[in-house]
Design a protein around this ligand. Structure first.
Ligand code: TXA
Ligand code: MG
Length: 315
């Protein structure tokens, strides 16, 4: 497994490996993906195997254009509107699957719906175009571990394994949190997984609801225990305990911590989202008695940050 610079030649080689059924570590604007040819059952099966992922959990199809999405799913007027506005970008839409479109049933976990997104990263788009087919790509971390936002995170996660065969280094992911998953298969659109886009971003187009527990079961990736750092993590800390690392937010970090990571000294939620997983990865490397996290405002992308932290806090 090598980390390589995404030159044209290396992207062509990555596409060749994908067409042979191998996996590639692929940068996107959200987090790194563990990519496979979505039409190849064996390759998609390898994703589940390498990640150690429960097989009922469906994957996202990554396309390079709206036209390509239309080959695999039925886009109604709402989906067309959102695709035109938000793609390429960190929005995944759950849509009715087109039968016999050639997507591995393992990707959809046998459902009649499919989650699709067009990533806003030139390397991801070039790779899909070089393969001439869309990619299955869950986050490139072993199941239940922290998602990767740098090529090295992918490398460390799968060290010693045969796959992925190559990791394309596209730098640090600018968004840093997985895409917003929006279910458009029902009359009432529902956010199944919060991300960089929140309810208010969809308001100019139509009302969307946020998932309750029932919807969470519909997106099995939303299992409570999903992102686990090695250390115990507690949220909304008002003081720092003996031996705890402080994960701070804003210009006034709590006193008393020997080690402080500040998600955003300026109190900027977008910056905090981009830093979250990288800081959790760093804290994973150090010895401490736990992680105390300062309160994060529950607005905009702060909702997604708190969602990921809640899962990280679940033991
Ligand atoms: O930002 C992202 O979305 C990253 C990057 C690599 O693109 N990918 C990612 O994929 O997070 P994954 O496989 O870790 O997350 C897929 C999410 C899960 O929450 C899953 O349950 C949901 O999408 N999902 C997939 N297909 C679905 C379907 N047909 N219905 C409902 N939820 C679905
Ligand atoms: Mg994931």
């Amino acid at each position: 497994m090598d980390i390589v610079i995404p030159t044209k030649e290396n992207i062509a080689q990555a596409a060749a490996l994908l067409s042979e059924g191998h996996l590639i570590g692929m940068p996107t604007e959200t987090v790194y993906g563990l990519a496979a040819d979505a039409s190849n059952d064996m390759a998609v099966a390898r994703i589940y195997e390498v990640k150690n992922r429960p097989s009922f959990n469906p994957l996202i199809l990554h396309v390079s254009s709206i036209e390509q999405a239309r080959i695999y799913a039925h886009l109604d007027e709402r989906a067309e509107t959102l695709a035109a506005h938000f793609w390429p970008g960190p929005l995944t839409m759950v849509l009715p699957l087109k039968a016999n479109a050639g997507i591995s049933k393992l990707l959809t976990a046998g459902l009649e719906t499919i989650a699709i997104r067009c990533p806003a990263h030139p390397v991801a788009l070039d790779l899909i175009e070089a393969l001439h087919r869309p990619l299955a790509a869950p986050s490139a971390n072993p199941s239940t571990r922290i998602s990767p936002t740098k090529a090295e995170h992918v490398f460390h996660g799968f060290q010693g394994l045969m796959e992925p065969q190559m990791i394309l280094d596209g730098g640090t992911c600018v968004v840093g949190l997985e895409s917003t998953v929006l279910d458009l298969t029902t009359d009432q659109p529902v956010i199944l997984r919060p991300g960089c886009f929140a309810q208010q971003d969809f308001a100019p187009f139509f009302d969307v609801e946020t998932a309750n527990d029932a919807a969470a079961i519909k997106a099995p990736g939303m299992l409570t225990k999903h992102y686990s750092p090695r250390h115990i993590l507690r949220m909304n800390a008002k003081e720092v305990g003996e031996g705890e690392v402080l994960l701070a937010f804003g210009s006034q970090p709590l006193d008393g911590a020997k080690t402080v990571y500040n998600l955003s000294p300026e109190g900027d939620l977008t910056e905090a989202a981009a830093n979250l997983f990288a800081m959790l990865h760093e804290i994973d490397q150090i010895t401490c008695r736990g992680i105390a996290v300062m309160p994060i405002p529950e607005t905009g992308v702060g909702i997604a940050i708190n969602d990921r932290l809640t899962r990280a806090a679940a033991q």
